[in-house]
Design a binder for this molecule. Sequence first.
Ligand code: ZN
Length: 117
Amino acid sequence: MEIIGIIIWLIFCIFIGAIAKNKGRSGIGFFFLSLFLTPLIGLIAVLVVKSNVDEIEARKISSGAFKKCPYCAEIIKREAKVCRYCGKELPSSSSSKKLSDYNDWVQKQKFKDVSTK
Ligand SMILES: [Zn+2]
């Protein structure tokens, strides 16, 4: 019976660590906090602690799926053409800009070939 109790205890600690990580906090820190001070205290601590917004934003941007709106600085999806927070139209992402620049360059080269013949 004791082993089951320890396993449940550990599951709670991992669960609390996962919540902490989602809030941009140290998952391992909260895991050990609940491990030593009971998961109940860990749970209260993780619910009381404020989300680390900067950390969450940095994580989203580094994942590549999100970018920061240049007008209102909110985190939006990378493919977004209009910001869902401020409604402003966004400049196309750097990768598609490069592609259109390349296409322009190709068109110019073709034109050059035609004109020199
Ligand atoms: Zn915006």
